[in-house]
Design a protein around this ligand. Sequence first.
Ligand SMILES: [Fe+2]
Length: 390
Amino acid sequence: MPYYRVVGEVPRKRHTQFRRPDGGLYAEELMGEEGFSSDSSLLYHRYLPTAIIKAEAVTPPASGTRLEPNLPLSPRHFRTQELAGAGDLVNGRILLAGNGDVRLSYATSDRPSELYRNSMGDECVYVQRGSVRFESTYGVIEAGEGDYVVVPTGTIHRWVPDGQVNVLAIEASGHIRPPKRYLSQYGQLLEHAPYCERDLRGPSQTLLVEGEEVPVLVRTRGGLTRLVYRNHPFDVVGWDGYLYPYAFNINDFEPIVKKTHAPPPVHQTFEGPGFVVCSFCPRPLDYHPEAIPIPYNHHNVDSDEFMFYVGGDYTARQGSGIDVGSVSLHPAGFTHGPQPGAVEAVIDAVSRGVTTTSEMAVMVDTFRPLDLAPGALSCEDPGYAWTWAR
Ligand SMILES: [Fe+2]
C-alpha cells in the first residue's frame, strides 16, 4: 500500500507498553512483507494472536481445481453467466484458469464465508455485481459493484454478502500493488497515475468480535488447514502502517487517452508477480480525424490475455457472442484483434457523431501461459475460435 494509515488506538511509541483498561497488556503483532524489508503494519490485539488450540487438515475439493494446458491452442470464450453458485465467496470459487503465478476464479454466493487466511499471496477480488461486507482483523470495508478489494497475504477475513454477489477472484502467488511506474520513489501515486490515494478505501474503524474456539481456514502452498483460535481473531483495538486491505472502484479509474489507439498498459491498475490487472473504462474515443479507435490486431508474444467483460458495449467484439459476464482468453501463439466488420462499424459510428466508448472490462495479462480448469471448459462457447474467419 502506498500510504500510511492509522485506525483505532495505538501507543505513541511502537514496541512499548500499551495497556487494556483492566491493566493487562495488549498483544502487539507485526504483519510485514518480505521479511521486515517492505510494507508492514502493527496491530494491537486484546488476546494473543498466537493462541491456537487445534489444527485440522482440510481435504481440498476432489475436482474442479485440476489445470490442463490450453491444447489444442485456441482463443477461448467462457460464459460465466452459465456457472451456478455453490458455497461461499471463498469455498465456492470456481477455478477458471491459472498457472504458477496466479489463479482466476469466479464465484456467486449469498452466504457468509468462514474466516479465511490465504498465506500463499495477495488476492484481488473484483465485485461484478451486488454488495458485500468485507470483515477483517483491520476492520470493515463495504464493497459494491465495480470494487476491486485487495487483500494482503495472511489477512484473516471473511465475506458477508448482502444478497447475491458475483465476483472474479484473482489469487496471486505474491503481492499485488499499484504499477511501480506510477509511484514516486517513496510510494506516492504520481500525477500521471490513473488514480490516487483518495480513491483507495481502507478500513476506517476497528472491528471487535468476542468469541472462543474460532476456526480459521488457512491456505498455504502445502494445502488447507483449519486452525482453531482460542479467541476470536477480530480483537484488534488499533493498528497503523502501510499494509492493509483496501478497495478501489473501477469507476474511479481515470482513463488515459491518446490521439490514436493506446495499448492496454494505459489501463493498467495493479501488478503482481507474473501478471498485470487492467481496467477498461468508458472514455473519449481516440481523436485523430482518421483514427481507428479500437485495437489493431496484436500478438503479445509473452502474454496470455484473460478479459472479463463487466459492462457496456464491447465494440471490438461485436459478432463474437461476447456479452457482459463473458471471459475471453487470447493466448500467446495466437494473433487476436477486432471481429470482422468491427473496424468499419466504429468508423461509421464516429462519422455519425459517437465520441465515447461505453466498454467496461477487467483484464488479467499473464506472462506465463494460463492453464484451463474444468469450470471454464464447462461454460465454453466452442464456436468462438472461428469467429474471425466467418
Ligand atoms: Fe488484446
